[in-house]
Design a protein around this ligand. Structure first.
Ligand code: FA5
Length: 329
């Protein structure tokens, strides 16, 4: 009677094991039969109450079935573990033939591109590139350029004043003075750099923008030389039909002075640079004899040149960090 029960039990357990699909349930089955209060364990516990002959027989059977259940559970458990490992490996498989992920790298800002391109054009015409400080003294930004304190021309440049007669330079022209103080003519330089103006912004005005100063000092330099250099530059920079207009202007550090406007496809004229023949007072300030030396100077607005080149309608876009704009360059 007991023999049959135990045989049945083995079949029942086998079915239960077959049905499980996870380790936790399998563990439950283990505890149900072989745990401390498991059915098989209870049989062992009850053996001592039986007469010796039955005890021996039942003990043997119980032992066999215990071994069998244990084996089945271990086997199933191994299967689960194997499946789990395989699934894990599958998930973590590295496909070495897959194309790699492209690392995104940035590119130069349009104003940097324009600055470099202009630098190359002028270098090919024999100009050297020079830089000066963005925080300037009142002397270099104004006085040395023939703009004394009460001169109305100071109103042309709304200035960000700092402490103790220091300011954010309103133009790149102070570098003319700095350079001529240290170098003897003949000289031919360009000075790219950032400048600052305390003024309202609009589509063609920013409170910070880039200028590129030019200065040529030599014997017998004329306005005709200036015109030739600038026309050659504009032709090489724009590589397309750009209309230029030269009109009289006023700057205290040049005499005569000009303003140059440009436009494309009959659009609006845009003032792109101020220029002129170096004023005798500027030469005197740096200790050069205006009777022996002449020169021309110009200061172009890099942002405006970039606007014309790339057909940009608002100069403020350059400083907006808008990727939709920047990605186009
Ligand atoms: C000057 O700053 C003179 N230093 C230029 C110069 C140099 C004249 C050498 C003679 C000899 P102006 O203020 O006009 O001049 O500025 C020069 C150029 O900078 C302008 O033609 C324009 O293209 C650009 N510019 C001026 N203000 C702004 C602004 N707020 N935003 C963007 N570009 C500007």
């Amino acid at each position: 009677m007991i023999k049959i029960n135990l045989k049945n039990l083995e079949i029942v357990v086998e079915k239960e094991i077959k049905k499980t699909d996870n380790l936790k349930d399998l563990d439950k089955i283990f505890r149900k039969y072989l745990g401390k209060k498991g059915k098989i364990t209870l049989i062992f516990n009850s053996l001592k109450k039986l007469p010796v002959n039955e005890r021996k027989d039942l003990g043997k059977q119980a032992n066999l079935i215990k071994i069998e259940i244990d084996r089945m559970i271990k086997k199933k458990s191994k299967e689960f573990k194997k499946e789990k490992r395989e699934a894990q490996l599958k998930k973590e498989r590295i496909d070495v033939t897959r194309p790699g992920k492209k690392i995104k790298i940035g590119h130069l800002h349009p104003l940097t591109l324009v600055q470099r391109e202009i630098g190359e054009i002028f270098q090919s015409m024999g100009f050297s590139i020079v830089v000066g400080p963005e925080v300037e003294t009142e002397w270099y930004n104004f006085d040395a350029l023939n703009i004394p304190e009460d001169h109305p021309a100071r109103d042309m440049w709304d200035t960000f004043w700092l402490k103790e007669k220091l300011l954010l330079r309103t133009h790149t022209s102070p570098v003319q003075i700095r350079y001529m103080e240290k170098h003897q003519p003949p000289l031919r330089i360009i000075v790219p750099g950032r400048v600052f103006r305390h003024e309202a912004t609009d589509a063609s005005h920013e409170i910070q923008f880039y200028q590129l100063e030019g200065l040529v000092v030599d014997k017998n330099v004329s306005a005709a030389n200036f015109r030739a250099v600038i026309e050659e530059f504009l032709k090489r920079f724009f590589k397309t039909d750009i209309e230029i207009r030269l009109r009289p202007g006023f700057f205290p550090f040049t005499e005569p002075s000009f303003e140059i406007d440009a436009r494309r496809e009959k659009g609006d004229w845009l003032e792109v640079m101020g220029a002129g023949m170096v004023h005798p007072n500027v030469f005197k300030t740096v200790g050069l004899n205006p009777k022996s030396w002449q020169g021309f100077a110009f200061g172009m607005g890099l942002d405006r040149l970039a606007m014309l080149k790339y057909k940009i309608s608002d100069t403020r876009l350059f400083y907006s960090s808008d990727l939709r704009f920047l990605k186009q360059f």
